[in-house]
Design a protein around this ligand. Structure first.
Ligand code: ZN
Ligand code: ZN
Length: 347
């Protein structure tokens, strides 16, 4: 039996909601692999893409969303290694060039080919972000460089590793020198990324972890996953003297106040794109040697590391599964903050 059409959650116009449409099943060309999707996570960045007016993202439409994808390789182009067929994989969604100096350094999430073009248009990055993604029955991945074996993890647990866990892990790994048994670390926002950050910090031996989230359920979750303390607002942390503050919200309400929690030589790591702004300078009332960074997604090696953590049982994704056909309702819930952990669609 050959099935030649499939469902896909697609954007067809800027500023309009996505729709569940029937499209042709793509055929892998060249080095491409065809993935049958088993689970795909929904992310707040999808909302940013859907809400954007024309002229913000340099993405061709129509576009199938979805950048947190786990599935099975079911097809390979003529130049691909067909031994991948049958493997369970998670998709690394940053489709880097593989040749620029950052790619050669293993920092392919900062690939020089993936940066804003003239006029500030945001470039196509990869899966569901400029190229058809995994909120569909199947998707194409450009080459085996962008898949990692999941070796027995359940698809609903594996999919959120591709962004929620990967982004949190990359943010923490690049500040690994400040994460030890003496550390004071603050996690602002215990949602899809933050609840994984708490576990990763615990696994890496962080001394004291303080979580911040206004939602009662999220604070309970943070405590259950290993936070020493959980408080509703950044202001409630009071005199943290923190080594690192991971801000998974990044809103006007959190960015400035999060910086105030830093101790000497402390770092503010802004992960959430909530539109907050920070004034950077010397003698701006922050301790000596403070630093700020805005990490983006993660490397393939980071993705392999989070798959390892999940396999060791050190990282468990709080996820709720929904049907692909219900995608639009689930996006509405995500927008209202009514999802605890990560929402995953199962085709
Ligand atoms: Zn995302
Ligand atoms: Zn590159």
């Amino acid at each position: 039996m050959t099935i030649d059409t499939m469902r896909a959650v697609r954007m067809t116009a800027w500023g309009e909601p996505a729709q569940v449409l029937r499209v042709r099943v793509p055929e892998p060309q060249g080095a491409e692999l065809l993935i049958e999707v088993r689970a795909a996570g929904l992310c707040r960045s999808d909302l940013h893409v859907m809400d954007a007016p024309a002229g913000v993202f340099d993405y061709p439409l129509p576009l199938t969303l979805g950048h947190e994808v786990a599935g099975t390789v079911v097809g390979a182009g003529p130049d691909a290694d067909s031994s991948w067929i049958g493997e369970s994989v998670v998709v690394h969604g940053v489709w880097s060039c593989g040749e620029c100096r950052n790619c050669r350094r293993g920092r392919e999430n900062y690939c020089h080919a993936l940066r804003p073009r003239a006029g500030g248009l945001l470039p196509a990055i990869g899966s569901g972000l400029g190229y058809d993604g995994g909120l569909a029955d199947a998707m194409i991945v450009p080459s085996e460089r962008f898949v990692v074996r999941t070796r027995g993890l359940a698809p609903e647990s594996a999919a959120p590793l591709a962004d929620a866990a990967l982004t949190a892990y990359h943010a923490i790994r690049t500040n690994r020198d400040l994460v030890d048994s003496h550390s004071v670390v603050v996690v602002v926002g215990v949602g899809g990324l933050g609840h994984l950050a708490v576990q990763i910090l615990r696994a890496l031996g962080a001394g004291t972890i303080v979580a911040v989230d206004p939602r009662d359920g999220s604070r309970d979750l943070a405590r259950r996953l290993g936070a020493d303390r959980a408080v509703p607002e950044v202001a409630d942390v009071a005199r943290a003297d923190a080594d690192v503050v991971f801000d998974f919200v990044g809103s006007p309400a959190t960015v400035d106040s999060a910086a105030q929690l830093l101790g000497p030589g402390g770092r503010l790591v802004t992960v959430g794109s909530g539109g907050g702004r920070l004034t950077v300078g010397k003698n701006v009332g922050l301790p000596n040697g403070w630093q700020v960074s805005a990490p983006f997604w993660g490397t393939r090696a980071d993705l392999e590391a989070v798959v390892d953590l999940a396999q060791q049982g050190l990282l468990s994704v709080e996820s709720a599964a929904y049907r692909l056909d219900d995608a639009l309702d689930v996006y509405d819930r995500l927008r209202r903050g009514a999802i605890t952990g990560r929402a995953v669609l199962v085709p």
